[in-house]
Design a binder for this molecule. Sequence first.
Ligand code: FAD
Length: 144
Amino acid sequence: MHLTRLIYASVALQDMPYHQVMSILQRAQVANEQRGITGLLCFGGGRFLQALEGDRNVVNRLYTRIVQDTRHDFCTILQYEPIATRRFADWSMKLIGLDDQPTAHRRALVLRHCGQAEFSPLEMNGEEASALLVALADEFRASP
Ligand code: FAD
């Protein structure tokens, strides 16, 4: 197995309601579990930032399907690399909604890791995107 992590950003269809994001998540969790995929999906301000970890071929096939999904657009790979260990091993897919978090806290987190005032994942480089996802995962583990 070639363990791989892919991080991409995308833009949700306009005014995507939160229940639609939840519906994507619930189906993804079941399918990912079956395929040995783990990861984190971050949603805020109509933007997605997602990490997918698993076997290289499985990750590639999944990303190809995700890119074709009409519920979002402008899919952009920010990072793609072989990994020795998973960073999001606890979750077949975890959703973290940034819109739920207090504005000041969200701004501070995004500013610290990405140098941005607002969550704008398409503007991030791979290191920034990865650092933000890891920080969000650590925060969630500390106080779920
Ligand atoms: P089908 O279920 O046959 O769907 C084909 C197309 O129909 C989809 O691409 C989409 O354009 C449309 N569609 C399907 N369901 C709906 C719906 N309820 N409402 C509107 N349009 C719909 N899948 C995973 O397995 N794992 C993931 O981690 C994952 N992450 C995702 C992250 C994001 C941001 C998005 C938008 C989607 C994600 N998906 C994920 C879903 C993925 O894009 C595919 O829909 C899923 O893998 C099923 O693939 P399929 O070829 O069987 O598509």
